[in-house]
Design a protein around this ligand. Structure first.
Ligand code: PMP
Length: 349
């Protein structure tokens, strides 16, 4: 058995360990399911649909609905089995073997995977001290290297911050590489590059139904870009990538999108409460968040120490320091998290 590139053997499978009794604040999922009335409507729809035929090949109704919401053309949208799927297609298509993918670091860990499994080189540019974007270093890379794809999570995961829009525009004007502005957390930041879609043929905007829309289990995301770029991706896309059940659920949720405001309002209020409670613990350093997760640092508060107390969170390192990325959970989960951090900090005194 010969693998195309030995680098694939060095990759670790993406694993999420789920065990009964643990509190999971590690995947930036919504703590809320969709409203029960919506579920009933979805179940009725499902009853009336045969499972024996393939789903709509392009998820056309979803595309049309999103186009209406965003004020773009349907042909400027492609829908995926999670935004993950389309991000991989983008990398395969525009970087692929011999191409070069650039992303700030730390950022969404999958960008590196997409690059390496596509046979592209992956170059990360370390963020500056206060998580700011090293535009100068990126511009130098654009001059020195033949960069094909740039991934920018906006807001950034795992640092939760939102860069100045002008900074992203400066990057867009300095390269003709495909610049993917990954707006997975857009519903929490309310800041988007979408108004600039027609100014830059290389701008791609990615969104997901996995966060504020509370549909992570259904797997659906999409990208918006100029029609020519979307037409290219249509050639790469698997024919029936979004299954019938997901298409029904997403369509129904789009038709009843008002629940989204409640979800965002509740998560943002809970995030603020969580940050206030944490800020009262001596030794905890907190960072601004435009997402559904919080970022903090405190001596002795590690993912491992929290795991031993039954709480699963993500950890990342930056300039030799360890930071925690903690999803805003249900109020009772957040309470347990805060009191555990308090306990761990007291132990370290
Ligand atoms: N981009 C970012 C920045 C993310 O944080 C995530 C999920 N954690 C994704 C993309 C992937 O989302 P999806 O569920 O749509 O594949």
């Amino acid at each position: 058995m010969r693998v195309r590139d030995s680098i694939i053997l060095k990759l670790k499978p993406y694993e999420v360990e789920k065990k009964e009794g643990l509190i999971y604040l590690a995947s930036n999922e919504s703590p809320f399911d969709i409203p029960a009335t919506l579920k009933e409507r979805i179940l009725e729809e499902i009853q009336s649909v045969g499972f024996n035929c393939y789903p709509d090949i392009m998820s056309d109704e979803i595309r049309a609905h999103i186009a209406g919401l965003l004020g773009v053309d349907k042909d400027e949208i492609i829908v995926g089995n999670g935004s993950d799927e389309i991000l991989l297609y983008l990398t395969m298509t525009f970087a692929g073997c011999g191409g070069c993918v650039v992303s700030p670091s730390p950022s969404f860990s999958m960008y590196r995977y997409y690059a390496l499994v596509s046979g592209a080189e992956y170059v990360e540019v370390e963020l500056d001290e206060d998580f700011s974007l090293p535009v100068g270093k990126m511009q130098t890379l654009f001059k020195d290297r033949n960069v094909s794809v740039v991934f920018i999570a906006y807001p950034n995961n795992p640092t939760a911050n939102l860069w100045d829009k002008d900074t992203i525009l400066r990057i867009l004007t300095s390269t003709d590489a495909v610049v993917v502005v990954d707006e997975a957390y857009f519903d929490f930041s309310a800041s988007t590059l979408l108004p600039h879609l027609h100014d830059f043929p290389n701008l791609v905007i990615s969104r997901t139904f996995s966060k504020a829309w509370s549909l992570a289990g259904l797997r659906c995301g999409y990208i918006v870009a100029n029609k020519e770029l979307i037409d290219i991706l249509k050639r790469v896309k698997q024919p029936f990538n979004v299954n019938i059940l997901t298409q029904i659920v997403v369509k129904t949720c789009l038709h009843n999108h008002h629940y989204l405001d409640d979800v965002v309002r509740s998560i943002v209020a809970e995030r603020k409460r969580l940050q206030t409670e944490l800020s009262l613990i001596r030794g905890i350093e907190l960072y601004p968040s435009y997402t559904n997760f919080v970022v903090l640092r405190g001596k002795g508060v590690t993912a491992n120490a929290l795991y031993k107390k039954g709480i699963v969170v993500k950890e990342f390192s930056f300039k030799g320091e360890v930071f925690l990325r903690v999803t805003v959970g249900k109020p009772e989960e957040n309470d347990i998290f805060v009191s555990t951090v308090r306990e761990l900090m007291a132990d370290g005194d």
